[in-house]
Design a protein around this ligand. Sequence first.
Ligand code: G3P
Ligand code: CA
Length: 263
Amino acid sequence: MADKPLIIGHRGASAIAPENTIAAFRLALAAGADGVEFDVRLTRDGIPVVIHDDNLKRTGSLPQTVASLSLAELKQVDVGSWFNRTQKRSTSDFSGEKIPTLEEVFELFESTDAVLYLEMKSDAIQRDQLAAVCCESLRERSFKVRVIVECFDLTGLEAVKRIDPEIKTAALFDFPQLPSWLVHSGRRMIQQALAAGADEIALHQRLASQQVVETAKAAGLKVVVWTVDDKVWVKRAQSCGIDALITNDPGLMILERSRMRTV
Ligand code: G3P
Ligand code: CA
């Protein structure tokens, strides 16, 4: 049984490698992360691929959108060089990293015990198709129990549960999504998560007050907080019962969690 909180690499170990690449996922595992979070979109030909933005400007230096290109075309794109150019902490040459398919990411993690937070990124038009494709990819996978499907659009989570109620889901909430008077107790968010059939609630760090965490736990939801890179969150998570922290720097957080065990 892993220590709490679980430490989950946001887009892999994205502080030290280009996000959502096999290199970033390998480095998260090497750092001892309990799992990774990653973003999934559909290509023009309906293949699920792992990339955050809906276009290639930031990570691929190209103007096209992901949805306008086929998998074969997307596989030509270098999503590593931008990191070499822009990140001070880049110690290796990541040029030539490719956009992984969901299948390739699953293959990488199949023989591990890592927890996978799969975030569905889609507009309303692609929502049901993406949910169906993700559920199909998970069908009869031995590690399905280690996968949690996340989405800001709770209708997407409802679609997943309709297709396969065994798949665990997490309702994502961003900070500016609700007026502050509703955020205060968290009751509205928790009601929405439960109504969508979610198993977990994944909160922006500014939403994760002790009161909200306690109310969510009392309602039977696991609580995940994103995206935190300050190690004070390890102690905070332990004292208020947060189950998992999503971080760009899993190495740092794992180190802090080990230190807390010896204090
Ligand atoms: O897992 C939650 C977090 O990844 C959501 O924000 O923009 O990094 O996908 P974003
Ligand atoms: Ca994400």
